[in-house]
Design a protein around this ligand. Structure first.
Ligand code: ZN
Ligand code: MN
Length: 450
């Protein structure tokens, strides 16, 4: 018996960072706010309240769809997804069923140094639910509901099961996060719940010359990239074991939900999933369908074209600033760092600091840039450049005699007492009258000692 193929599909919810909620004027910025202070009759689902769609949220959903190479159908509509849960005030969620805003895209990403590609089934728009908080008050366990999150715009992205390992899943999510941050439509911080991922996992197992699919499992309750990986790896092992023990195979339309349990570091059965028809989807009667004209579709495309996506930016950094592709990739991981870099390069021109020098500084010094403006950063680089005037060869020339004159310390170091390195750096600096870059001194010392 062996695993022939691992099939992983991802369902991802991302909160858009619009000012207001999806169907009302309440603030959408709910994180850390006092419970139930950002609500109104619409997002509390009071009788008679009517939803008014947020144009920006729809534009951003389509923008994300375009970045994920999706087709934008001419007609789209909202539907009601009916289910009962205390955090869902209306008894239904306004979502999209058979006519979402974006269909059939794909996303390329790099995992285990190879180019991978996963098909995107759809990108649709919906509203977030309220949040249940479980607490103990006066010794009594109770559940409280905070509706500040109720009605916050979400995009849901669904992939085909084209992902084949937990590492690929993580890389896919990182790429997706990078894209929505580049588009400036979401912060997509998993720890804050702004990006939530539910992987579906099953296996194709070969046994005695025959192929079997294991039952499809959806994993919920994951709040970090690390746990996505762990939960998938756990689930692969669990399914293999379960199949070898009882040979249960996949049934069409059947899906089981398991929750990731951080304490147990495993997945735990939650429920056997209701099928799509259980949600009794029907068109949202309070919001007419969207019928895009040729002009509308062109405007969406034009809006998307204003953005420079990570790969384009990397290529431009390589050609404009003669950076190595690896350096450009690191600088472009975060849009903020890329912007900081470009501003610094411009400022560095006057001080004769090259684009490569600035790149090296940003990549090697893991300095916190949050407290530094590009102006301050360039002053710092300029100062240290003039100040640390010794070249690597000159430093090496100082290092060698010092090592020869201190055989005991060298022996200590080689014996594992690495803390003596500081003493050696001090000796070199004394000879260099402080004109040697301590980072370089340390590097050269380590090389020579090795
Ligand atoms: Zn509201
Ligand atoms: Mn959803």
């Amino acid at each position: 018996m062996n695993i022939k193929h691992i099939l992983i599909g991802l369902e991802i919810h991302i909160e858009l960072k619009t000012q207001s909620k999806m169907f009302c004027g309440c603030s959408a910025d709910h994180f850390g706010k006092k419970p139930n202070t950002q609500t109104c009759p619409v997002c509390l689902g009071l009788p008679g309240a009517l939803p008014v769609p947020n144009k920006k949220a729809i534009d951003w959903t389509i923008l994300t769809g375009l970045a994920l190479n999706c087709h934008i159908p001419k007609v789209a509509k909202f539907d009601r997804k009916n289910y009962f849960y205390p955090d869902l005030v209306k008894g239904y969620q306004i979502s999209q069923y058979d006519q979402p805003f974006c269909l059939n895209g794909w996303l390329e990403f790099i995992a285990h140094k190879e180019n991978c590609k996963a098909k995107i089934r759809r990108v649709h728009q919906e509203e977030d639910t309220g949040k249940l908080v479980h607490e103990e008050i006066n010794g009594e366990k109770c559940s409280l509901i905070d509706f500040n999150r109720s009605g916050v715009p979400l995009i849901e992205i669904v992939t085909e099961p084209d992902i084949n390992s937990s590492d690929e899943a993580k890389k896919f999510l990182e790429k997706l996060q990078q894209i929505v941050r580049y588009l400036e439509v979401a912060d997509a911080d998993m720890e804050k719940g702004q990006m939530r991922c539910e992987p579906t996992v099953n296996l194709l197992i070969e046994d005695g010359g025959k192929d079997y699919y294991t039952p499809l499992v959806e994993i919920k309750n994951i709040n970090s990239f690390r746990f996505v990986q762990r939960a998938i790896d756990y689930e692969i092992e669990r399914q293999l074991k379960e199949f070898s023990e009882n040979r249960i195979v996949k049934m069409p339309g059947n899906k089981t939900t398991r929750g990731w349990n951080e304490k147990k570091q495993g997945t735990v059965l939650q429920r056997t999933k209701e099928e799509a028809s259980d949600y009794r989807y029907f068109p949202e009667p309070d919001i007419p369908p969207f019928i895009w004209s040729e002009n509308d579709l062109n405007a969406f495309r034009k809006d998307f074209n204003r953005f420079e996506m990570p790969e384009q930016l990397e290529k431009r950094f390589v050609s404009t600033y003669s950076l190595k592709p690896e350096a450009a990739e690191i600088l472009c991981r975060e849009k903020r760092l890329a912007d900081f870099y470009e501003k610094s390069v411009l400022l560095g021109l006057e001080k004769k600091i090259t684009a490569t020098e600035i790149a090296n500084w940003l990549i090697n010094r893991k300095e916190s840039l949050s407290s530094l403006s590009p102006e301050e950063f360039i002053i710092k680089v300029g100062e240290s450049k003039n100040y640390f005037s010794l070249t690597e060869e000159e430093i090496a020339a100082l290092v060698e005699p010092i090592l020869k004159e201190n055989p005991k310390i060298v022996k200590d170091y080689l014996g594992g007492k690495t803390q003596v390195l500081g003493y050696l750096i001090g000796l070199v600096q004394k000879m260099a009258k402080g004109k040697a870059d301590p980072r370089k001194v340390q590097e050269i010392l380590k090389q020579k000692l090795a």
